[in-house]
Design a protein around this ligand. Structure first.
Ligand SMILES: [Zn+2]
Length: 217
């Protein structure tokens, strides 16, 4: 996309979403052949876009799910190939982990998403400098992986949601996916508009910049 088109897109989005409370749901570590399709049905029925930070090794195994995520209007980005803690790797390994997943995902979706999320939110200057992709962490951690029921996941979102938040969940846990209908219902009732991370960064940060790390508000 050229600069002029991009600026027009940002202006259009800003205009449409001006004065709205925005929130970005993000789902890491998938796709999973059981839970991710269920989540996609929920999101689709509610007309809610989300951002998926998928693992390269899982995308390789389930390319059809990646394609469906994208075709339904969600954003799909790299969560690295193999979920290693990037700060423990050599610069060359860091680059390989981040970009191999990005390249595969973009090849499957036919899009050019330039975000990635470092596993465990763990990064340093070397990680950021190995790639032109933009790092995205989160501002609300549901801690969903700790629980085996949906109620605390729903409760954590209700407690910590705020305008501009990036919410961290995992689409590989049944209880997390089961929590999503209630989370969406609650946030809609509070007047939130759901956006992808790229849209959020376009509107609130003037677009995602390379070698930066964003957390939402
Ligand atoms: Zn992860």
């Amino acid at each position: 996309m050229n600069d002029k088109k991009r600026l027009k897109r940002i202006a259009d989005e800003k205009n449409k979403l001006a004065n709205q409370k925005l929130i970005a749901l993000t789902f890491d570590d998938g796709p999973n052949p059981t839970t991710t399709p269920q989540l996609l049905k929920t999101l689709s029925a509610a007309k809610v876009p989300a951002t998926f930070f998928a693992l390269g090794k899982e995308a390789q195994q389930y390319p059809d799910i990646i394609k469906e995520e994208s075709d339904l209007g969600n954003e799909v980005a790299s969560h690295t190939w193999d979920h290693k803690d990037l700060v423990t790797l050599s610069p060359a390994q860091q680059k390989q982990e981040i970009e191999s997943a990005n390249q595969l995902i973009n090849k499957i979706t036919g899009k050019n998403v330039t975000l990635f999320r470092p596993p465990y939110g763990s990064y340093n200057n070397s990680v950021l400098c190995q790639t032109d992709l933009t790092a995205v962490n989160w501002s609300v951690d549901t801690n969903d992986w700790r629980y085996h029921t949906s109620a605390p996941v729903v409760q954590n979102v209700a407690t910590y949601a705020h305008d501009g938040a990036i919410i961290l969940m995992h689409d590989i846990h049944q209880w997390s996916v089961d929590a999503v209908p209630q989370i969406i219902q609650n946030l809609k009732a509070q007047g939130y508009t759901f956006v992808t991370v790229s849209t959020l960064l376009d509107i609130r940060n003037g677009g995602a910049k390379a070698q930066q790390v964003y957390f939402g508000r």
